[in-house]
Design a protein around this ligand. Structure first.
Ligand SMILES: Cc1cc2nc3c(=O)[nH]c(=O)nc-3n(C[C@H](O)[C@H](O)[C@H](O)COP(=O)(O)OP(=O)(O)OC[C@H]3O[C@@H](n4cnc5c(N)ncnc54)[C@H](O)[C@@H]3O)c2cc1C
Ligand code: FES
Length: 360
């Protein structure tokens, strides 16, 4: 027998094996896995993708403010079985008790084997919405109010304070934005979007987005929302675009007669950073229970500012008394929120009555 025959046969075998692997990958990457959610939903999975993407393929949307880059920590779920060990990229977002309880980041866990998971029931209500931009209104030099008409589905039922996500067309990145509109109008969603220098999503919104554009939103998400059953006095504190969820909360309270006492502190640098002032002053005129306290940390001489000045933390400190029976709603940068919580603690607020959304 020719000595080359076995070598040729071996070569053919290797080639066929490689071909089979490629075909297998193209057809979905091997064995079927079973993904069980909340002990009630069973999903057969062929691909070996992240849990975040696998769920989104099944129209189950977890929040994912950074689009899966492990920089926001919003895509948490509870792993009951399977899924492998915690990755170093997850560690900065997991507290000791979360690690103990199997909490993980869905953008970092791949569905390689059968998996059993738990996700909050309300997340099963989050959907993907086709929308059309119906207005874009400048509020300041770096903040726009964008209104979206929901086309399909036509209504996003949300709690005042929750957020939605924009899918930026073309680059398909996802970013979170608190809903700034009245929950009584679930067919039109308003977002307040501040330009972040060189930020991908905000540069798109500020420079390229036009009225009439079709945009995909997902939501609603988040556990920062008004405690509707409570009758406690409220302290609201926001800076910059942090006004968005507080506006939605105030619309909700206004529709119900504003029967809770609300003090709303809004921190800005100078007058050019203030916006929607008339809207909140009008609310103050209508409801004696509501007080709007804008404060400037660096007022300019030409601002002729006669209102509160100083860091928002100092302004709050000066203008609140005992908070042991009050609730606080905070929204803005992580630094601002951490500093405000310290001040609220000084006034004896109870930790379980402090609610916040960090725009990180
Ligand atoms: C729950 C939640 C709700 C939010 N709601 C709002 C909202 O109502 N309105 C709003 O304008 N934003 C909101 N944000 C922030 C928003 O999701 C984006 O992070 C922000 O708009 C920047 O996105 P980008 O793609 O333009 O910037 P990226 O391309 O992601 O970032 C560009 C650069 O800017 C830095 N950067 C990112 N975010 C900020 C920031 N906020 N300030 C300064 N530097 C930053 C990054 O570190 C990076 O270096 C929210 C965030 C969360 C998590
Ligand atoms: S999507 Fe941001 S950390 Fe997972």
């Amino acid at each position: 027998m020719n000595i080359f025959v076995p070598i040729i046969l071996m070569g053919v075998l290797v080639l066929i094996t490689l071909l089979l692997i490629v075909v297998d990958k193209l057809l979905g990457g091997g064995k079927e896995k079973i993904l069980m959610i909340n002990d009630e939903i069973i999903i057969p999975v062929k691909n070996e993708d992240t849990l975040l993407n696998t769920l989104s393929d099944q129209k189950i949307y977890l929040p994912s403010a950074c689009g899966g880059k492990a920089t926001c920590g919003t895509c948490k779920f509870r792993l009951i079985d399977g899924g492998g060990e915690i990755k170093p990229t997850e560690l900065p977002f997991l507290s000791a008790s979360e690690k103990e309880n199997g909490v993980r980041l869905s953008c970092q866990v791949k569905v390689k084997d059968d998996m059993k998971i738990e996700i909050p029931k309300q997340l099963l209500n989050a959907k993907s919405y086709k929308t059309k931009v119906i207005s874009i209104i400048d509020q300041t030099y770096d903040i726009k109010l964008v209104k979206f008409k929901l086309i399909s589905p036509t209504r996003m039922e949300f709690k005042p304070g929750q957020f939605a996500q924009i899918v930026v067309p073309g680059i398909d990145i996802i970013r979170a934005y608190s809903i700034a509109s009245n929950p009584a109008f679930p067919d039109e969603i308003e977002l307040i979007i501040r330009q972040v220098p060189n930020g991908q999503a905000t540069t798109f919104v500020h420079k390229a987005l036009r009225v009439g554009d079709k945009i995909t939103l997902t939501g609603p998400f988040g556990d920062f929302y008004l405690q509707e059953s409570s009758e406690r006095d409220m302290i609201c504190i926001a800076g910059g675009s942090g006004k968005a969820p507080i506006r939605s909360i105030l619309y909700y309270l206004k529709d119900r007669g504003m029967n809770r006492k609300v003090k709303y502190f809004f921190g800005a640098k100078s007058k050019r950073d203030l916006y929607m002032t008339e809207e909140f002053e009008q609310l103050q005129k209508e409801f004696p229970n509501f007080e709007y306290i804008p404060a400037l940390s660096e007022p300019l001489p030409e601002d002729n500012w006669t209102g509160q000045t100083g860091l928002i933390t100092d302004v709050v400190d000066r203008n609140v008394g005992d908070l042991s029976e009050s609730e606080a709603y905070l929204c803005g940068s992580p630094g601002m929120i951490n500093a405000c919580i310290k001040v609220l603690n000084k006034h004896d607020i109870k930790q379980h009555n402090v609610f916040y959304d960090k725009f990180s």
